[in-house]
Design a protein around this ligand. Structure first.
Ligand code: NAD
Length: 277
């Protein structure tokens, strides 16, 4: 096997001519992923549920830089709204190549105090939302197949999971259950869709500085306590996850499917054991 460098060493735009849909892209990690994908040539649907000002701002950042994007409101837990969103992206850009299932939320409570509504809301958005969006994306990927000038895969699905795919979390059983479920959902559909040349992957962020976990970093005391759980000793940023999502969606990662990549500064390394053995 001979290894050759391309004559043109300038890195080609990794997602040139690809169409991406990022759910919950008006805030935090979703915004970071949408901007990172637009930066390398993807056209992006910025999904939001409530804050159209924030979604319009993400679109503006992308358009001001010469990229293509539009905002679309849909609640990912509602089947009719998800179907309408996929119809809109196909009507606008002709197809879709990349789905990033990012939308998610927490509704924390002690287990014995957790209401059925707290449970159903988190499972409905974090887990069922990924099912609804992935099913629509997979249908389009299978129908269209591989377009060689665009990507060697027929489509890519990235499921935003969490370190809580594997780390239990007292007081957050609905959230941790949704993320554990995403792990098995992602692997099962990866197995089923691989023969269609569709790749499905998870990203398991550790602590990323976004509104979802503000109370864990917005005072020096809280941040110091959080850093005890992070061997690499810094909180993550949305663009850390953005860079990983770009790479996973690109043909550079073509042999990856059915696995979650944890991006967590070592949070899953059982840091409590570092000086305890
Ligand atoms: P965030 O609150 O900034 O963003 C969450 C986004 O999801 C928002 O845009 C919100 O409007 C959207 N959303 C919520 N319900 C929705 C619905 N029904 N339909 C469509 N969109 C909806 O938080 P974030 O940290 O950026 O979280 C993004 C994802 O990353 C979530 O799935 C979260 O579980 C995951 N995650 C975050 C961290 C972290 O430390 N920030 C760690 C692990 C996993």
């Amino acid at each position: 096997m001979q290894y050759k460098l391309q004559a043109d060493m300038k890195q080609a735009k990794l997602l040139k001519d690809q169409v991406a849909l990022v759910t919950g892209a008006d805030s935090g990690i979703g915004k970071g992923v949408a901007l990172a994908m637009a930066q390398v040539g993807a056209k992006v649907l910025i999904n939001y549920v409530h804050n159209h000002y924030a979604a319009d701002e993400v679109v503006k950042i992308i358009k001001d830089a010469g990229g293509e994007a539009f905002a679309h409101q849909a609640d990912v837990s509602k089947e009719d709204e998800v179907k309408a969103m996929f119809a809109k992206i196909i009507e606008t850009y002709g197809t879709i190549d990349i789905l990033v299932n990012n939308a998610g939320l927490q509704k924390d409570a002690k287990f014995v105090d957790m209401t059925l509504d707290d449970w159903n809301t988190v499972i409905g958005i974090n887990l069922t939302g990924q099912f609804l969006c992935s099913r629509e994306a997979a249908k389009e990927f299978i129908k269209r197949g591989v377009v060689e000038d665009v990507s060697v895969a027929a489509g890519k699905i990235i499921c935003m999971s969490s370190v809580h795919e594997v780390i239990p979390w007292a007081g957050h059983v609905n959230y941790a259950t949704s993320k554990g479920g995403i792990g098995m959902f992602m692997k099962s559909i990866a197995q089923e869709l691989a023969p269609h040349k569709i790749r499905v992957m998870g990203i398991g962020p550790g602590a990323i500085q976004t509104p979802i976990n503000k109370e864990a970093w917005d005072t020096p005391q809280a941040l110091n306590k959080l850093l005890e759980l992070i061997p690499y000793n810094r909180i993550g940023q949305p663009d850390d996850i953005g860079k990983l999502a770009v790479w996973l969606a690109s043909d550079e990662a073509d042999y990856i499917t059915g696995t979650t990549i944890f991006m967590d500064g070592g949070m899953t390394l059982y840091p409590g054991f570092a000086d305890n053995g």
